[in-house]
Design a protein around this ligand. Structure first.
Ligand code: ZN
Length: 374
């Protein structure tokens, strides 16, 4: 196999896994799986695909890591906190976990262009893999010990109690927000919900633009998507977002939405959740084998977007791995985030150049951040 390519994964729910699944992300996949054997509280127990050692093995040295806390209205069927203040408290616990991982040397917060460039230098100057070669002078610089960079984002804005909380969050490193998640939201309506962007959402998005927070349009329902684009002309991306033409469901974007993101200089992160990759997946029923689903399927989504853009500059990686599901709902050849390393070869077979491939694996989103943080 050729040298692994650096990967920037722009959507990982790391703190949710740490605090709701009680997964210590420093453990190996095997250790987490063994510890979870026999647990029945979540559908994906023992089927995790993400942890720090696997991220390092797969050269996923940079990610966008989420905070997530939902407010669910009285007697609503979706789970969530009974007040935005409780949701805020949850996201603050998640922030505390990221801080603890920074103090432990496992992660490093990336908030500026200088920090981004410094972090990339650290990874690119290190040998591509811990191949056992002893590092005589600086053992801490062995790739196995390199900190994983993370840009902090918020999935669903329900936890932002007031716009003052948004300002505080920015000061704490928050650099991207997806105003909606599943269902109705305080600021915007998400997947499977209907309705236009509420007045509160307009205020939030305008304040995001003032602060320079990236608008993540993923999960916005169609109405809110177009409403948001009308009032916002700051940087936007779709962190974990596939094509509706290839997996029909409102969670994915229709072609006119993809075009709009491209026209705005945005980038779409390709997600490896089976339900977002193929048509007809039945939640908690279908199996990857029913569709002979392999990683290669994502190349169809990538091709679809690149054909529309006329280039390969508007696609990246936003896996959403371990985002409430495990390998029971991923391609059959993806049991660890490190398996993403098969993607460059698959893209090459489809005729993508080395420059295109590196763009998709990391550079498109990195350049986006460089432009945004100029
Ligand atoms: Zn999501």
């Amino acid at each position: 196999m050729s040298d692994p390519v650096f990967i920037f994964d722009v959507h990982l729910d790391l703190s949710m896994n740490a605090l709701e699944w009680n997964r210590d992300q420093r453990w190996s996949l095997e250790r987490i799986r063994r510890w979870e054997s026999g647990m029945k509280d979540k559908v994906d127990r023992g089927q995790n695909t993400v942890c720090f050692p696997e991220m390092r093995r797969g050269r996923v040295g940079l990610c966008v890591a989420t905070q997530i806390g939902r407010h669910s209205p009285y007697f609503h069927k979706l789970p969530g906190w009974s007040s935005p203040e409780q949701a805020w408290a949850q996201t603050q616990g998640q922030l505390a976990w990221y801080r603890a991982m920074e103090e432990a040397g496992e992660m490093v917060s990336i908030r500026t262009r200088a920090q981004l460039d410094k972090h990339l230098d650290l990874w690119f100057q290190a040998p591509p893999q811990d191949d056992g070669t002893p590092y005589v002078k600086e053992s801490r610089k062995k790739p196995g010990n390199l900190p994983i960079g993370f840009v902090l984002s918020l999935e669903g804005a329900d936890s932002i109690v007031t716009l003052k909380h948004l300002e505080r969050s920015y000061a704490d490193g928050l650099r991207a927000i997806g105003p909606a998640h599943y269902g109705p939201g305080v600021y915007a309506h998400g997947t499977d919900a209907t309705g236009p962007l509420p007045a509160k959402g307009r205020d939030l998005i305008k304040e995001m633009q003032r602060l320079g927070i990236i608008l993540d349009v993923t999960h916005l329902n169609d109405e809110c998507f177009w409403d948001a684009l009308e009032i916002y002309d700051g940087p936007l991306w779709a962190s974990h977002q596939n094509c509706r033409a290839l997996a029909p469901w409102n969670r994915q974007f229709a072609d006119d939405q993809i075009k709009a993101v491209i026209e705005r200089g945005g980038i779409l992160g390709m997600a490896f959740d089976a339900i977002m990759m193929v048509p007809g997946w039945v939640h908690h029923k279908s199996k990857p084998a029913d569709f002979n689903l392999k990683i290669e399927r994502i190349c169809d989504h990538i091709d679809h977007i690149c054909q529309m853009a006329g280039n390969a500059k508007h696609v990246g990686i936003g896996t959403d791995l371990d985002g409430g599901y495990g390998y029971e709902q991923t391609p059959m050849d993806l049991k660890s985030i490190a398996d993403l390393q098969t993607l460059p070869g698959l893209l090459k077979q489809r005729g993508y150049t080395q420059v295109d491939i590196e763009g998709i694996m990391w550079r498109n989103f990195v350049d986006f951040l460089r432009r945004t943080w100029e």
